[in-house]
Design a protein around this ligand. Structure first.
Ligand code: NAI
Length: 298
């Protein structure tokens, strides 16, 4: 069996100073990738900053015989995002892989959530992923190759109490991933998202203690590496991953109910058919979805 290697590939991993990002960086570096270890080094809620975490991970990679450089820039500002990509260009001459992983939490029940708590979480997850990808995109397009891995969450895909900001951001990343998959296709750029569960500082107070051993970050990083590899041509998809299990998560539309001139009461009376799941469709573009509605009229 041939090992999947990343020799001569350059990867940017945001939020790589702790938890999942750290593990992704170590995994890719171990397989030959040159890595930009980006981390602002703040607290879980995004306050403060420190060069320590990114530097420690880059040192570990170098000690293990790999190649890494540090970036302590903020993903959530255009200048920070541009500087992260420039770090890759300056150190290694190009960028092939972007893993948008940096994230923060500001959990509050919906009624208590402030505008700032909402905005800050979207800024790091959604704006940050947009900005870093935007800075890398011209390089990827020019070389006709790129792999982008965004970090969604089951909280976004399925909802979670106290995380209106975070779940909005994480579902937003699904939309970004799908459109990047479409727009990057002709230039050899593939974009996918993961919805992980792992024991990190973000989840250690939420998950049962017995999860620590089984939900290791390393059990997420192998999928990230596969999605970041040239042999993976899949694009625009989302995968649940954790504790050794990997599953495709897809957005599906039910078969639907149709009656051209329907009343409000008709909707009430046909609610069961509207809610039906089988046989479902999985459109991969807006066009495919619209086509399904048109076909139902024929
Ligand atoms: P973590 O807190 O250990 O790592 C997040 C890293 O992002 C930190 O090192 C932090 O300093 C960095 N960061 C935060 N804001 C930044 C910014 N503006 N610029 C650059 N770096 C910044 O948390 P964890 O668990 O490793 O999370 C990684 C990603 O995975 C996040 O996007 C998170 O939302 C997502 N995720 C994690 C899950 C889990 O079970 N641990 C579940 C679902 C999603």
């Amino acid at each position: 069996m041939t090992e999947l290697r990343f020799d001569d590939r350059v990867a940017i991993i945001t939020g790589a100073g702790h938890g999942l990002g750290r593990s992704h960086a170590l995994t890719l570096a171990e397989r030959g990738a040159k890595v930009v270890v980006n981390d602002l080094g703040g607290t879980l809620d995004g306050t403060g900053s420190s060069a320590g975490p990114a530097a420690e991970v880059a040192e570990l990679i170098t000690k293990n015989g790999g190649e890494a450089v540090v970036s302590t820039h903020d993903v959530a500002t255009p200048e920070g995002a541009a500087a992260i990509v420039q770090t890759a260009i300056d150190a290694f001459g190009k960028v092939d892989i972007v893993v948008n992983n940096a994230g923060i939490l500001r959990d509050k029940s919906f009624g208590k959530m402030s505008v700032e708590e909402f905005d800050q979480v979207l800024a790091v997850h959604v704006r940050g992923s947009f900005l870093v990808t935007r800075a890398a995109f011209p390089h990827l397009k020019e070389q006709g190759y790129g792999r982008i891995v965004n970090t969604s969450s089951p909280a976004g895909l399925f909802g979670n109490f106290g995380q209106a900001n975070y779940s909005t951001a994480k579902m937003g990343l699904v939309g970004l991933t799908k459109t990047l998959g479409i727009e990057g296709a002709r230039a050899g750029i593939r974009a996918n998202a993961i919805a992980p569960i792992a024991w990190t500082r973000m989840t250690e107070s939420l998950l049962p203690a017995e999860f620590e051993e089984r939900f290791t970050p390393g059990r997420v990083s192998a999928l990230v590496a596969y999605l970041a590899h040239e042999s993976c041509e899949t694009s625009g998809e989302v995968f649940s991953v954790g504790a050794g299990r990997i599953a495709r998560v897809f957005v599906a539309e039910g078969p639907g109910w149709r009656q051209e001139d329907h009343t409000v009461e008709d909707i009430r009376d046909n609610w069961q058919a509207i809610m039906a799941e089988q046989p479902y469709l999985t459109p991969t573009t807006l066009g495919e979805q619209a086509g399904a509605s048109l076909r139902a009229m024929l």
